[in-house]
Design a protein around this ligand. Sequence first.
Ligand SMILES: C[C@](O)(CO)[C@H](O)COP(=O)(O)OP(=O)(O)OC[C@H]1O[C@@H](n2ccc(N)nc2=O)[C@H](O)[C@@H]1O
Ligand SMILES: Nc1ncnc2c1ncn2[C@@H]1O[C@H](COP(=O)(O)OP(=O)(O)OP(=O)(O)O)[C@@H](O)[C@H]1O
Length: 358
Amino acid sequence: MTVRAPAKVNLHLGVGPLRPDGYHDVITVLQAVSLFDDLTATTLDPTTADPTAADPTAADPTAADPTTIDGVPSGDQDGVVVTVEVSGEGADPTARGPATTTPDVSIVPTGRDNIAVRAAHLVAEAAGITSERVHLTLTKGIPVAAGMAGGSADAAAALVAFDALWQAGLDRVALAGLAARLGSDVPFPLTGGTALGTGRGEQLTDVLATGEYHWVFALADGGLSTPAVYAEFDKLSEGRLRTGPTPADDVLAALRTGDPAQLGAALVNDLQPAALRLRPALRRVLETGRELGAVGAIVSGSGPTCAFLAAGATESVELAASLAGMGVARAVRRASGPAAGARVLEGPDGADGSGGGP
Ligand SMILES: C[C@](O)(CO)[C@H](O)COP(=O)(O)OP(=O)(O)OC[C@H]1O[C@@H](n2ccc(N)nc2=O)[C@H](O)[C@@H]1O
Ligand SMILES: Nc1ncnc2c1ncn2[C@@H]1O[C@H](COP(=O)(O)OP(=O)(O)OP(=O)(O)O)[C@@H](O)[C@H]1O
């Protein structure tokens, strides 16, 4: 069973003050873009050891209660064992070179703190599955800790995959409820397209959007931690009277016209000053993209990826080539939006699932 899920870019990210629960109210407009992670779930014979698997019982040092991680069952209480193998973006570099002692947010964990594993345990709980052994292969095209919701895409893909694999019969509303328990960004890659997010970003409504948008992403070396960027936002807001998050009217109006130049001029990210404080070098990346003709330039979500909107497909090819030539980014990727949400590429029997998905 293989499920593909998309990355996102925030076209508007208005952030309100810190709430008592540690989150911020946001008003955000999210667009899914054609950078994808593929998740393949393979049911294993419970009696066969998997030599490629990481230790599934490796403890999460941050988990005080070993039976849950952030309120989500960890799997310790049942016989559901999920192992993980990662390739592409964020695959553990210690597999290729000397071990590093510094924790690196841009490395994808392969233990039970992988968000796709946590999603699997949530579906197991909902479906009453108590004993299964599954191996997950994550083929990551979405950069990690990059502000493009790669982990959230994997979680959404896992929800869709395990719902189908274990015949849990979860409808869209039930899947979105489990997604919101895993993270504020997780409901969006289930549906994809373009949507308005409120609350902490998890409450989604459709928006009227016309046209196809051509994006160029400048990927950075290393990631940024989302909580650290929100904390920096709070520091920068100290002493300022912040009311609610800024509304997204300009972006919503631009999306109705389908005009990239209008959308480019309307892009807003309230987390951008915080991301730039933590990564001052991103200023030059944004300036370079603008100088090279991007009609919009913004830090994607919590960063450090910079997102550039091009006037059209041809312009995006030129912009990507020029940006790559300037050497301001680790890598440059082109993508278009809106992209579809999480969908089954191949069913459990190897059948093409292109007509399927939630
Ligand atoms: C920056 C965005 O990517 C924009 O879409 C999202 O707001 C982040 O969503 P996410 O990565 O799914 O974040 P979560 O896993 O829900 O929360 C991680 C941490 O980010 C901070 N956080 C997240 C969402 C939010 N509305 N307010 C916050 O302050 C909190 O410190 C929280 O503990
Ligand atoms: N399947 C996964 N893929 C990527 N990161 C994961 C995964 N599972 C857990 N993580 C952890 O989650 C952290 C955030 O990774 P992610 O790629 O989702 O960041 P992000 O794109 O900045 O998130 P967002 O845009 O939703 O704030 C990473 O530091 C990583 O250690």
